[in-house]
Each structure stands twice: as C-alpha cells, then as structure tokens.
Design a protein around this ligand. Sequence first.
Ligand code: ADP
Ligand code: ZN
Length: 723
Amino acid sequence: MSEAKTVSVLLPIPTDGPYSYTVPEGMSLRPGDYVKVPLGSREVAAVVWDPTDNTVDPKKLREVSEKFECPPMKEPMRRFIEWVAGYTVSPPGMVLKMVLRVPAALDPEPDMPGLAFSGSSPDRLTSARQAVMSFADHGLNWTKSGLAHAAGVTPSVVDGLVKQGALETIMLPPQALQAKPDAEYGKQELSTEQTEVAEALSQTISSGDAGVTVLEGVTGSGKTEVYFEALAACFATGKQALVLIPEIALTATFLERFENRFGTRPAEWHSELAPRAREKTWRQVATGQLQVVAGARSALYLPFENLGLIIVDEEHDLAYKQEDRVFYNARDMAVLRGQMEQCPVVLCSATPSIETRVNAQLGRYRHLKLESRFGDAVLPKLSSVDLRRDPPKSGKFLSPVLMKAVGETIERGEQALLFLNRRGYAPLTLCRVCGHRFECKNCSAWLVEHRFRNVLQCHHCGHNEPTPEACSNCGTLDHLVACGPGVERLAEETLDAFPDARTIVLSSDMAGGVKRMRAELDAIAQGEADIIIGTQLVAKGHNFPLMTLVGVVDADLGLANGDPRAAERTFQLLHQVTGRAGRAGGESVGLLQSYQPEHPVIASIIEGVPEKFFSREIEARKNTSLPPFGKLVSIIISGKDKRETETYARELRLSCPLAEDVRVLGPAEAPLALVRGRYRFRLLIHSPRGFNVQNWIRNWFKSGPKPRGNLRVQIDVDPQSFV
Ligand code: ADP
Ligand code: ZN
C-alpha cells in the first residue's frame, strides 16, 4: 500500500506555522487551495501552504475534509501573510485569520432564479403585458424585479405571464456587484499642474513600474482628481485597484465622485457592510469580477486576483493603525503588499508623515507635488488667538475674537466650523465639596459627561452610569461641577450667543450611528447648517463649499503629551482641519485659540510652510535616533492582578538577550494603567535602524518566561500610541 499523501495547511489560529494533514483519495491539492480541516472537535477553513519538511507519521495525521470551489490564494498573497507576520512578530495564522473573515465566501455564489421568453406568446396581450414582452422577447435573461422595473409594471404582471407560460423560470449566474469602470466616462479637464502630475503618475502605472509614489498636495489641490487618472490607467491594463480611505463609511462623497468619474460605484469594504455584501465582495475580488474596492484598512487583506494599483489616501492618518491582536499600520503593509504583488502604490496626503518624507528624501519613493489649490480657491488665512490676551468669559471656552468672527461669518450666510477633539459635554466631573473626581471603575480614566444622554461614560471601556445628583463620595447634593469643554458644551455656548443659528454637533458617538452622521455631513455640504461643532471626524476629506471659517478651540490639545509624534500629529490635524475652509473659492479664515501661540508647531501652522516644520522635526528625530532613524517596539504586559503583572513584566525584562545598541526601557506602569479591569505595564525597545529587532524579540520570547494564567503580552512594532 502506498503511503498517504500529506499537505501543510495554515490554519487561522495562533501557532508558529502550518500543520500537516493527509489528502483523501481522489482529492488533488496545491498550495493556495482553500480547504476545510478538522481541528479538535470542530472544522475550520484554512489554506494549503507550501510544502514543509514533514516528520510526523502520516498515520497520526488527520485528513483534509473538503476542498472549496474557490480560486486559490495566489503566491504573492501567501508571501504577504508571512511578511506581515514576520514584521509584526505575530503568528502567521493570525494574519490569515484577517483574510478569512468571511468563510461563507469560499463557497460559490448560488445561481439566482430568473426569467426568459419561453417561445410561446401569451393569449391576451394587455398593454402592460406587451411592455414586458417587448423587453423579454430579445433572448435576454432577466430577474423578476429587473424585468418589472424595466417595463414599468408591477411584479404581478410578470407573474401572470409566467402562469400563462410565456415566460419560463431559468437559473441565472450570480450578478457582478459592479459594472466595469469606464475610464472615459466623466473625464475632467485638469489644470496644467494637475496634468503634469497625473501624467507622471499614470505613466508609471501603464509601464508596469512597481514602486511607491508620494502624492503630496495642499488641501483642495485635487489629489483625488489626480489619482483618479492613476486608477484610469490601471483599469486600462485590466487589473484591479484598491483605494484605502480612513473612515470610508463616512465618506459617501467619495463614492459619488468616483461614480461621476467612472460611471460605476466602487465596491465598499468596511465594518458597516452587511454580511451578504461582504461575502459577495470577497468572492468577486477573488474571482477578479470586481475591478475596484474602496475600503478601510482591513481591505488590504482581500484576496485580489490581479492587483494592479494600491492608493492610500490620507496616508498619515492614525486610523490606518490597528492596535488589536495583530498590530499593524495599513500604510506600511500596503507598501509591502505592493512589493509582493509587484504593483505600484500611491501614498496621498497634504501632510505626508515623517516616515514617508524620509523615504522620499532617501530616494526610496518617488515624490510628486501639487502646490496650489484648484481653480479660484486659495488657502485660508491663518492666525492665532492668544488666550492670555483675549480670554473667554469665565466658565466659557470661546474667545470674544472667535465669537465675533463666527457672528460675521453666519451673518454673510456662510458656515463656521468649531473644532474640538473632545466628545461629550465635559471631560471631568468633580465634587466641589470633597474634591472627588468621577473615575471609571475598570480603567484609570475620568468619566466623561454626556449631557444629551444624561450619562457619565468611560471612553476606554464604554462603561456608563446615569449622571448622579449627589457626590458618590461625600453624598452632598447638587455640588458637582463639569470641568473643561467637550463639543456638547460648546454647542450650549454658541446657542447662548447665536440662538437663531442652525447648529449641528458632530462626533463619532452620535446617536443614530454612521447613517445619521452621513446624513448630517450631507446636510452641512448642502448648506443646511450655520455653525458646525465637531471632533476630528469633520476634519476628514469632506467638501463643505460654504465653509469659510474654521475655529480651533484648543490648538494646544495634544502638544502636551509625551508622545514622540505629538508635534507631527498636531501639525497634521490642524493643517487638515483648517483646510476645510475656503475650498470653493473666496476668502476664508482659520483661527487657532492657544495659550502658547509662540510654540513652534502653532507658529509653523500659521506661517503655512510645512516643509520648514517637517525639516526641523526630521532633524530632531535624526539627532535622537527616533523613527525612522531608529526603531521602536512597545511591549504591553497586562493582567488582572497588579503585583503578578508587574512581577512578570520584570522577569520578562531580565530575560532579554544582550545586544549592542539595543535599549530596553521599563517596565513602567502604562499611562493608562488600568483598562477594562486589566493592569498594564510597558516595555519600550529602542534599536538601531538596521537591526533585525523582530528576530531578536522572537528569540527572547522563545527562551524567556511564558505568560501564565490571565497574563497577556502584546507586541507593537512602530508604535503610534504610548498610553
Ligand atoms: P484634495 O483631495 O487635494 O483635497 P480634491 O480632489 O478633493 O482635493 O479637490 C478639491 C475640490 O476641487 C473638489 O471639489 C474637486 O471636485 C475640485 N476639483 C479639483 N480638480 C478639479 C478639476 N480638474 N476639475 C474640476 N474640479 C476639480
Ligand atoms: Zn472604563
């Protein structure tokens, strides 16, 4: 008897590598095939991996249960999974798990019932029936609703014709989610500057030149218009394209713009998508039926059949960083995927990140720039409001200078945006009698008052409780005081000053969710609001033609924390927010309230020369060997018992191998010392740029003490957050 054949199979579980299984008689398997395999008492979807040395006796192995009828995972995708795992120091199975989010998509889409002309005419031809037959009579197949819609009749007319035998039921193959994009459909005339950049970009795509291009352009310069030309060039080659957009669920205008340009909508991919749409999209990406997907960071793990271009819009955006299970930055992983697939990658931003700028300076990335706004639009005039000189009234947060500007703006029938990155009413509630601060019982964080909903809420774990009337510490009634502003509180302040203005408050925790937010954003664009008060979600990618004033309520927020990227972050955010003003031409203004207008970040924003700010920041990073001139890795150790967690963190630290020029800081209690009932400690590793820190960590963890019980260790390579 010949020995049973075996295959390596990668499972979506946290193990070091693939497992071996035997192949049943009559099944033929090749690397990349999707299969179902037994695992313990259940069965899981998995992928046949490349052969590995197998020393296990086949008799001890279990058998593959099923092979899915699905196009196999391509070699570049398998290498991508391994690279992401290697880079992030994660088990490859956990990266695969992100690919296999919708196992139902592995089965072919079912055929759908449809209708066709049977060849025999109906006996009584009413005009409604005639209308239907005039469409059905051409040898085409229809869905029932499609046919009724085309003929302008009710579905019951169609039913009648089926009964008569004039139409017969047939099975239709699944429908494509999207028509082929038409590169000529809504072609825009580009400005001279745009044309030059678009041509340079399209050329790299048509020539099949893989590599990364940075598309830098001030807000409103037409970056989107320009990368549409890159997409057109990609579609002309017949390949698929992926556009990554932060907060895609809120960016309905992007889908519309795309449709106006290419005559069809891109498929969407984000967490708001219904399960059926998700299955269909995944499947049609794998079969190559879909030519373009616009998605959030998770779209990077879709199994494209023939990927020809990746665009990362707002490449500097923090939303690209996942801080959960596999910690990765989708911008960086997009570059990696581009390398694997040998396809070009375009990174777009008005304020490219320091990492990206340095890569461009070193010649690793090509750098294209749009220097001016499109058409008549000019950038807003920026200035600071010195809160030491022009303070708000006691208990208020808006300076008279800003208030006056708001009044004048709405007087002219234009819109004003007041930006504050704080949800809720007030970030802290305290008792005036005993000084008690209301804190979350699961997290080391203050509870944020949400007055609209009448609750105190933790923004880390979601815990909330009704806003109390008495202090929970000393019991005194009616002596609680709200400290500091949130967007809801600003709304109260503007309502006092401008009772007749139409005011909208926008933040990500808005009741009604994404649907409501889309509607509100739409309403703003249509001019149905005078004053908009919002958190950073209004800063992103929206076009509000009437907006001519942006007031930043607290420009200092974010500068104070000890994060190495604080300055860069603040600069990017303020640039993006103020860039909402004046996109449709005319004069516009940005006012930044600050207690330290002389601070280099605030001063550079107002000066309006990003290059100057960034070259200084890059110099500072170089001098301190901070990223990208050195590498940082955070290790977060958490557990339910504080002593036990800290002891383990110390043991782990002591077991780390010696390496020249690698520094390990900590363990230190994390700034957010308690989250969801877990105590947190941090180690920070700082290594030289050329050092393979991932390998070093893997070796360390192999020989070091293992986390016991509920202890957990998370590795964050290139951390963006240090709390
Ligand atoms: P960015 O992405 O750089 O902020 P957009 O691509 O959103 O800029 O363009 C800003 C505005 O200018 C949009 O309303 C867009 O429709 C318009 N626009 C840009 N370029 C053109 C063009 N060539 N023709 C017509 N409108 C344009
Ligand atoms: Zn909490």
